[in-house]
Design a protein around this ligand. Structure first.
Ligand SMILES: Cc1cc2nc3c(=O)[nH]c(=O)nc-3n(C[C@H](O)[C@H](O)[C@H](O)COP(=O)(O)OP(=O)(O)OC[C@H]3O[C@@H](n4cnc5c(N)ncnc54)[C@H](O)[C@@H]3O)c2cc1C
Length: 415
């Protein structure tokens, strides 16, 4: 046990809770300041995949041309709202510039390290009896409707083999035997044994209770207004619920991080990537494992307690209004692959904002401007998967320990 540092975490998503977990383990006194309720942001209705095989960054060669083509045909899950937003435009140009083979290979290697680190920590975390969250080790299936899509597997496997995580290719009959909930018309796919899944909203509720019992203090509906700074040190935060002091601060405000960091003179190139999900009761013919519907870039996740369709990526600012067309696309997409695509009743229609960086890598670093601030955001499509690794790194930084993995790729000086 280390000394009793007072730490304030701004943002009560999965990243904020993971930081709290490892800080409490090191003996800190921890308070979370959350604008809404704990776990009501992107961490609530996501697809629940612990997607450890997702080493290839989004900014890969071919992404731009492929998605522009699909957007033109109206089949892309990607939507960019036409607007004169120079920050978004700059972000998109930088994203496009990253779509090169050499950069992709390096990013995959860097990403693998934090993925592997997070897996080990997560396995240990979920052994705790408090943290029941419909966790399962079934692996995932990637399912293709178009036989041409199957040609993309060998290239992907060349990458994954290097990390010992290659997928098993499956012909139509093999995949149908493994997952009878799929339509007989599908072309085939591949199976990963490495990926895991859980129910994110259950995890957030259970983790919150677990941490509260261990001393975590939570201030909800306490939007951060500003920081009080003395020299290079943050001394207090002012919120709509009052003023709080601490020795160290963590900024874990997800997609909203650029807004909170701006007050500190920090520019974080994070854009909100809006996604949607529909949670239902389990359908009559429910899949036994999560299915990534390849051509639709969407996920069907089954749990003992329910069933969720999730996906789409919309760059349209911070609006959290539910677009019924996007929700309908999820159902339409599932209908093309699953025998029984929807369960009844619908429990929740949801949208959330992913914190997207243009190199598809998280930001985990000390602030260059304030010596007692650590930033943890930009986890994009993998926040749930990378939460444990991030939380442990952040706790080590707060306690001036050298993190157990190389964190240079996640540093602010790369921008
Ligand atoms: C449709 C969809 C599917 C996804 N599927 C997966 C998946 O299968 N696997 C996976 O690993 N990831 C997935 N993700 C990504 C994952 O959900 C995110 O990366 C992750 O939730 C980000 O966590 P976070 O804690 O950074 O952000 P959030 O959960 O958004 O938390 C940030 C918190 O900060 C608070 N906040 C903001 N501003 C302030 C302020 N001024 N004062 C106080 N508090 C503030 C917000 O209210 C919010 O609660 C998915 C995302 C979406 C949208």
């Amino acid at each position: 046990m280390e000394s009793k540092k007072e730490v304030i975490i701004i943002g009560g998503g999965v990243i904020g809770l993971a930081c709290a977990h490892y800080l409490l383990e090191q003996g800190a006194r921890v308070r979370i300041i959350e604008r809404d309720g704990i776990g009501e942001g992107a961490s609530h209705g996501n697809c629940g995949l612990l997607y450890f095989t997702d080493v290839i960054p989004l900014c890969a060669p071919g992404t731009i041309s492929h998605e522009i083509y699909r957007a033109f045909c109206g089949t892309s899950p990607l939507y960019i709202k036409p607007a004169l937003d120079t920050t978004l435009l700059t972000w998109l140009i930088k994203f496009a510039a990253r779509c090169r083979p050499g950069l992709m290979r390096q990013a995959a290697t860097d990403k693998y390290e934090i993925l592997r680190y997070s897996t080990g920590l997560l396995e240990r975390l979920l052994e705790h009896p408090d943290l029941g969250c419909d966790f399962e080790r079934t692996g995932t299936l990637t399912v293709c409707n178009d036989p041409r899509s199957l040609n993309n597997l060998p290239g992907k496997n060349v990458f994954l083999e290097a990390y010992g995580m290659e997928y098993t290719p499956l012909e139509r009959d093999e995949i149908l035997a493994l997952e009878p909930a799929l339509k007989p018309s599908i072309a085939g796919g591949w199976h990963s044994e490495v990926d895991l899944h859980l129910r994110p909203d259950m995890l957030m509720t259970a983790w919150r209770q677990h941490l509260t019992r261990r001393g975590l203090i939570i201030e909800e509906h306490a939007k951060l207004l500003n920081f009080e700074i003395c020299g290079k040190t943050i001394t207090h935060v002012n919120t709509v619920q009052g003023k709080f002091a601490a020795d160290a601060f963590i900024l874990a405000t997800g997609a909203w991080a650029p807004q909170t960091a701006k007050q500190l003179g920090l520019h974080l190139p994070v854009q909100p990537g809006k996604g949607y999900s529909i949670t239902m009761e389990r359908p009559g013919i429910c899949p036994g494992m999560p299915c990534v519907l390849y051509e639709k870039n969407m996920v069907v996740t089954p749990w003992k307690s329910g069933y969720r369709l999730g996906g789409t990526m919309e760059f349209s600012g911070y609006s959290t209004t539910l677009n019924t067309k996007r929700l309908a696309k999820l159902v339409k997409g599932a209908t093309q692959y699953m025998k029984d695509p929807t369960g009844h009743p619908v429990i929740e229609e949801w949208t959330g904002l992913r914190p997207m960086t243009y190199d598809d890598m998280p930001i985990i670093d000390r602030s260059p401007a304030q010596e007692n601030l650590v930033i943890a955001t930009g986890h994009g499509m993998l926040g749930l998967t990378l939460a444990t690794g991030t939380g442990k790194i952040v706790a080590d930084l707060i306690y001036d320990k050298t993190p157990e993995i190389n964190i240079r790729p996640f540093g602010l000086d790369r921008f």
